[in-house]
Design a protein around this ligand. Sequence first.
Ligand code: SAM
Length: 347
Amino acid sequence: MNVSALERSLIDALYGGRLREALDDWLDKDGLTDRDRIRAQEISVGLARFDSALFKATEELRSDLTEVGPGVEVLLDRERLDGRLKVLVSRDNFGRTLDQLRLHGFVPMRTLGETADRAIRKAGLDINMIAPKGPLTSVSVTRRAQAPRIVSRMNPGMSDFQVSLPSWAWWAYWGVKPIRRVGRALGMLQRSAAAGPFLGTPEGMVSSLLELVGLSQDDLLIDIGCGDGRVLIEAVESFGCRGRGVEVDATLAALAKRKVSDAGLSRRVSIEHGDFAKARLDQADVVFAFLPVGHLGRIIEPVLNRMAPGARLVVHEQDEAHLNPEPDSSSLVVVDMGVTVAHTWTA
Ligand SMILES: C[S@@+](CC[C@H](N)C(=O)[O-])C[C@H]1O[C@@H](n2cnc3c(N)ncnc32)[C@H](O)[C@@H]1O
């Protein structure tokens, strides 16, 4: 694999939550080559800019959320560098906190109907929301003073909320979870094809990722699990290529289509609603994926096998993934709005 000792050690430091310290250690080293010094300085400058954008966005949100009322606490894990916030909130202020987050453009990670929204607000159930843009990626809202674990484990979650119920029957979600469990155990219900929820690639990162695989204007880029289509839109606007997205979530696929059309790119970008495991990839020059690390480990080989010889695959992730086959190259990508690790292969 084509990775320098500096890059490998910084990637491991990122996974271990100590990138800043590792960078300082490298920059203090005697006998560092010019190339490594420039690379370490470049990452250090990028990280400082990201840190400052993250701090500013967190403080703005904290100031608005604390106005909701007492008992709202905003926590940022500065070591993880993935822009995820945790908000702890009392049950009384749960609904108002969600309203405030919505005003800031945060949306639930999975599509929620009106009844599910009502159940979440009434009972103060944990909910994960995605940030609209900027260095914050997501926020998980959790009730302060949780019920004992044995009780809270009975609470419905995002998958249970995919069942639609009439508005008056919001309490019935507590029955959906056991029914789904029994249905799955008896083989009557299939697991969804979706590999994790939607989380967008941060703004401004797409170009850096696609430059690594030399995307050009004659290429077709396929985003497997395209979410709201942001990668395709940024890629087509920056590189002049064509794009195709495959998305398993019907609401997200419709949103991606709308965003592509609003950007005036419908002739260059198409969106398919479906499972990427069944999509044709042999026409792609570049395939892009941002999926949960647990799934990445399983999909690389089958995806490469379905691509044309010479086509390139680029994936990125912020946690260590067990990738098979080993990537041709791995590198840290640090932009103002985020930090990630990019891996590339040629089919
Ligand atoms: C982490 S998001 C990334 C979205 C987008 N590629 C980006 O980088 O902004 C992963 C997306 O993959 C979709 N997804 C997961 N499993 C899928 C599957 N089997 N087929 C198609 N889409 C899938 C999810 O619904 C989600 O929108």
